[in-house]
Design a protein around this ligand. Sequence first.
Ligand code: 0GY
Length: 290
Amino acid sequence: MDPDWLPFHPSPSKPAFRPPAGAVDAHCHVFGPEAQFPFAPGRKYTPCDASRDQLFALRDHLGFERNVIVQATCHGNDNRALIDALTHSNGRARGVASVARGVSDAELREMHAAGVRGTRFNFVRRLVDFTPREVLAEIAQRIAPLGWHVVVYFEAQDLPELWDFFTALPTTVVVDHMGRPDVTRPLDGPEFALFLRLMREHGNVWSKVSCPERLSKSGPPGYDDVVPFARRLVETFPERVLWGTDWPHPNMKSHMPDDGKLVDYVPRIAATPELQRKLLVDNPMRLYWA
Ligand code: 0GY
C-alpha cells in the first residue's frame, strides 16, 4: 500500500439514524485482497486490502441490506475481485464494472449473470489515463442492450467540455458524487447551476449524493458545507438520487471518515422518511434489482 495511504476506519460507530428496511449502500468498493486479486499494473495508487467479507460486515453493522460495488481504478479492467464479491453476496450486491473496447458479448453476459448492471467511465485525471471519447461511445453502445447504465466520474470544472458526450449517451447516466462541486462556491452560482441544468434537461441523468468527506472544506463530523448541495439534489430530483458510503474511501488524505457518522449525514440531506426511502431503497432497487 502507498506510504501515505489511510486505511478505512477500524471500528465505525453505530449510526443514530436507522436506514429504512431494504436500504442499499449504492457506492462502495472492494480492494483485492491483493494476494488473491492483484492490483492492475497501470494503477495510479496502491490501496490497503478491503475484502468483500469486511464490506458485508460493515453493511450489517450500519443497518443496510444491499451493496452496489463499483469497480475501483486500482483494479483497472480486471473485474475479478468485483465478480467474486457479487457471487458471494447471496444476491445482495450488484456491480458496476470497467470494461475495455475489446470485451466480448460472452464476457458481458457472464458479468450480467453475476450481477453487473453498469460500466464506469472515469474522467478524473489523477485516477486514470485518457480514453478517447469514441472508444467510450462504442462501449456504451455495447452495454446498452443489456439494460446497463453508465456511471461517470468527473470534476465540476470539466462538465462544460464533457456535456455533449454525456448528453449523447444512450443509457441512464449516473454521476458520481454530484459531479464533484467546489462547495466553497455559492449553491446558486453558475457551476452548480450547470449540473442542476444537466439533470433538469436530461431525465436519464441521475446523481449520487455521496462523498461529503471528499468535497467538504469544513470537515467532519458534520460536513456542513456539503449539506445544502446534496439537499438541493435530493429535493429537486427525489427519484434520481442514490447514496453510498464510498467505503473503503480511496485516496482520502485529510482524514478517514467514521462510516457510522456518514450514515448520520443521510437524514440531513433527505429530511423526510419518504425522501429517505426513495434515496436508499426505491431508487437503487429500480436501477439495480428491477
Ligand atoms: C471514489 C473516488 C475515488 C476513487 C475511485 O475508482 C477509484 O479509484 O473511485 C477518488 O479517488 O476520488 O468514488 O471512490
